[in-house]
Design a protein around this ligand. Structure first.
Ligand SMILES: Nc1nc2c(ncn2[C@@H]2O[C@H](COP(=O)(O)OP(=O)(O)OP(=O)(O)O)[C@@H](O)[C@H]2O)c(=O)[nH]1
Ligand SMILES: [Zn+2]
Length: 363
């Protein structure tokens, strides 16, 4: 069957679709947006229909499209949330569309390879509670990560109902960045859904990030008590042939909003997030350009604009501290990654040389 994809080539931005009365198409429900249709044309869509990856496991990639729900064998360099132009004859040759956003993570262990965690998330809810979990440094780290991945971060402050005075938490959260909204709520109340509604819209993809126990599952439930069937666990054979039930990684709420829930999200570290750190501390970076010395470490050098800001009470000294730490950590991570890449390269060269020598010696 050939589908008519012509309507998708003029897809309005999701901001527009939310208010329009036009019902969303199947593809738009899966999160298809203008940035993707710009990368293709009618001919390609007819021969290679777009599919979204909703799950990645040992058996391959689960791909869903308009009237399509299939598993592509492992092969394409794609992750959950990716859009592919499906080559039905050679599925592993399907083209991965350029991502709107991408969350990566440095793998644990020695080789520290970068893994793709999730693609094409629109909004990341960074969740923390008004209690001992609240930690500005950690929030900044998560937000830097979101900025770096080109995802819009929103801070969600849960458990306001259990807190005597949430105002202090709210003001600290708000001080992190002017670019990030803060939503204080009780995740167990009916109002929670309402509070997140501006971001939880049809055609959008959201994700939750936060430590254990802050209310991510409670919020997910609040958003869609009646999730459609795609949320139900799927049965899969594990390595020993046992049946296990795993949760869907990208699933859709009744209102058509996608929720991305992958185990990898829970172990995120800061990788290559330089631009993200810069966004969170944009005011300090700006101020630092006014230091007398270009390589000023803001540790008491003459003409340091940052220290002057602290003296004038315009800059919070502990914020400078956290900026330093995060920047140093990011620099360390990126450097070790660069080293690893260089090492891989030289190892590759060595293998090549060894092979050539072997070949020659055989002649
Ligand atoms: N009173 C109150 N309880 C909350 C709120 N948010 C979460 N809880 C409770 O806190 C506990 C932990 O919430 P979860 O939603 O399971 O936390 P989580 O972030 O999903 O935790 P993990 O699954 O371990 O990552 C549950 O007992 C919730 O009912 C809130 O805003 N107010
Ligand atoms: Zn300085």
């Amino acid at each position: 069957m050939t589908r008519d994809y012509s309507q998708f080539l003029s897809t309005p931005a999701p901001e527009d679709t939310a208010d329009s009365t036009r019902p969303l198409s199947a593809l738009e429900h899966l999160g298809w947006q203008g940035v993707f249709s710009q990368q293709t044309d009618l001919d390609e869509m007819a021969s290679h229909p777009p599919v979204r990856i909703t799950e990645v496991n040992r058996n391959g990639l689960r791909a869903m499209g308009d009237g399509i729900d299939m598993v592509i064998p492992p092969g394409p360099e794609a992750t959950v949330g990716d859009w592919l132009m499906l080559d039905s004859e050679l599925p592993t040759h399907s083209r991965v569309l350029e991502r709107k956003s991408l969350i990566r993570r440095r793998a644990p262990g020695k080789d520290r390879k970068v893994q793709l965690i999730a693609a094409n998330i629109d909004t990341m809810f960074v969740v923390t509670s008004c209690n001992a979990d609240f930690n500005v440094a950690r929030l900044e780290r998560f937000i830097a990560m979101a900025f770096d991945a080109e995802v819009t971060p929103v801070i969600v402050l849960t458990k306001i109902d259990l807190c005597e005075d949430p105002a202090e938490y709210i003001s600290q959260a708000k001080s992190i960045s002017d670019l990030v909204e803060v939503v204080p709520l009780n995740a167990k109340s009916a109002a929670a859904r309402e509070a997140l509604a501006p971001w939880v819209r049809a055609g959008q993809t959201i994700a939750f990030l936060g430590t254990s126990g802050v209310g991510k599952s409670t919020l997910t439930k609040a958003l869609g008590e009646d999730l459609d069937i795609a949320t139900q666990g799927i049965r899969e054979d594990d390595a020993r042939g046992r049946h296990t039930t795993t949760r869907r990684q990208l699933y859709f709420l009744d209102n058509g909003c996608g929720v991305l829930d992958t185990p990898g999200m829970r172990e995120l570290q800061l990788t290559d997030a330089a631009s993200g750190v810069g966004d969170v501390f944009a005011d300090l970076e700006e101020l630092a350009t006014q230091c007398r010395f270009r390589n000023c470490a803001h540790e008491g050098e003459p003409g340091c604009a940052v220290q002057a800001g602290i003296a004038a009470g315009e800059v919070d000294a502990s914020r400078l501290d956290r900026w330093r730490k995060l920047a140093a950590e990011e620099a360390f991570n990126s450097a070790s990654l660069a080293q690893k890449r260089a090492k891989d390269k030289s190892f590759g060269k060595m293998v090549k040389t060894a092979k050539t020598i072997k070949k020659r010696s055989r002649k």
